[in-house]
Design a protein around this ligand. Structure first.
Ligand code: B12
Length: 357
């Protein structure tokens, strides 16, 4: 990580509130029509949203990753398609941040920050083309995915479970069911939630039900013969998205590893103690929200500084690493995988190679 980028990122965070307020005031000057909407709640929400944008901007700059901020902007565009506020509002908002920062930074720093914002603004223009590029490879399990989601959204988790048990009887592997049904349906639930088509309660119900249904497959997962390798999996401190690293741990277990799954929000000290106690060969670290990358950097530093962890290889995964596939190097990890299947391959490679990839 570049020292200057880290310093700029930190300075944005320190001044976040006042930059957000200044940007909002400037935005009202540029869009006088906002005055008609400017109830105290609207003003507070607008400033809070700008702080959120600044948080993402700060984290992206800290790890020198324009892709992370660009992805956030695209996500915001998607959110705005489902609320009665035009995309122009976001465009002007980014322009106002770009303008406001000159009060807080020197010319060289302003240039760096503006390059990130400009990248985001350029993407807004072409966002539709970007989103339509993805074409999906049709796995035979895909046709069962919508049925699975429908059961969950109808609060029929027993039927969703029965469907999964039926797929096991049809000889689909646990790995395929995990990736094609659970992983993909969680992403779809996320899209529906983002589009305001389902409530937070429905998302929580679906996630909890999927965790329960995954649990029903454990007799199959624990039946594999074991090797003598140990995998510890956890989410970084503050991170609540735990399903990804749970899937990774289960794939490792299926591949014969002894796994120690720690779940969400793990403090640095406990992770280091666990790696030593369990004699881990590989530590799998999961980050979903890019504002937790700083915690991942601190955790990796702490592990690397502990002589008793000298043999532990660190593999990272989760959303920000998919968006920027070089980010794992920037933060000092030994490897990265896009999904649970690749996680097994990378971990085995790292252990065989006894070092870097
Ligand atoms: C369920 C969910 C939650 C639940 C999580 C509950 C739980 N017990 O896990 C709760 C309600 C807590 C939650 C909270 C929030 N969430 Co949320 N959440 C989701 C949702 C719908 C599904 C997550 C999931 O289960 N994914 C399925 C797993 C299998 O996928 P995965 O994590 O990517 O994992 C795979 C790979 O990435 C990889 N991998 C993952 N970890 C690792 C680790 C290693 C070592 C390796 C090798 C590989 C690897 O392998 C996995 C399996 O193949 C997503 C939608 C989405 N697209 O993911 C939103 C989503 C991630 N959430 C989002 C948001 C905004 C939030 C909140 C900020 C909302 C809020 N305003 O409070 C908070 C932040 C909480 C926090 N501090 O962490 C956004 C993030 C947008 C962005 N651009 O950053 C998403 C994308 C929703 C959306 N479409 O808008 N969320």
């Amino acid at each position: 990580m570049k020292f200057t980028d880290v310093a700029i990122g930190d300075a944005i965070k320190v001044n976040m509130k006042s930059i957000a307020i200044d940007s909002y005031n400037l935005q009202v000057q540029k869009m006088p029509e906002l005055n008609e909407r400017a109830t105290p709640i609207f003003v507070e929400k607008s400033i809070r949203d700008t702080e959120y944008t600044l948080l993402y901007l700060s984290d992206a700059i800290r790890v020198s990753s324009p892709k992370l901020f660009a992805d956030y902007v695209l996500w915001f565009v998607d959110v705005m398609k489902n609320i009665p506020i035009p995309i122009k509002y976001l465009v002007v908002n980014l322009e106002c941040i770009s303008e406001t920062i000159k009060k807080y930074f020197d010319i060289r720093e302003v240039e760096i920050i503006r390059s990130y914002i400009k990248n985001g603004l350029d993407l807004i223009e072409s966002s539709d083309d970007q989103k339509n590029e993805a074409s999906e490879f049709d796995h035979p399990l895909k046709k069962y995915r919508s049925e699975y989601i429908r059961y969950l959204l109808n609060a029929e988790r027993h039927k969703a479970n029965a469907l999964v048990q039926e797929l096991v009887r049809m000889d689909y592997s646990v790995q395929d069911i995990y990736l094609e049904i659970f992983h993909e349906s969680q992403y779809e639930i996320g899209r529906l939630w983002q589009a305001n088509k389902i409530t937070i309660a429905e998302e929580h119900y679906c996630t909890a039900s999927t965790q329960l249904i995954m649990g029903q497959l454990y007799p199959l997962i624990f039946a594999t013969p074991k090797n003598d390798l140990v995998f510890v999996g956890a989410c970084v401190g503050g991170e609540l998205h735990e399903l990804g690293v749970r899937m990774v741990s289960d794939f490792m277990e299926l591949a014969g590893w002894n796994t120690y799954y720690l779940g969400a929000n793990m403090p640095v000290k406990s992770v280091v103690e666990t790696l030593i106690k369990e004699k881990a060969n590989v530590f799998g670290l999961s980050v979903t929200m890019s504002f937790h990358i700083k915690e991942a950097v601190d955790l990796i530093k702490a592990i690397k500084a502990e002589p008793l962890c000298a043999g532990v290889k660190i593999v990272v995964g989760g959303y920000p690493f998919i968006v920027d596939d070089q980010l794992w190097r920037t933060i000092g990890a030994d490897g990265f995988a896009r999904n649970a299947k690749e996680a097994v391959e990378i971990s085995e490679k790292l252990v065989e190679a006894g070092g870097a990839l």
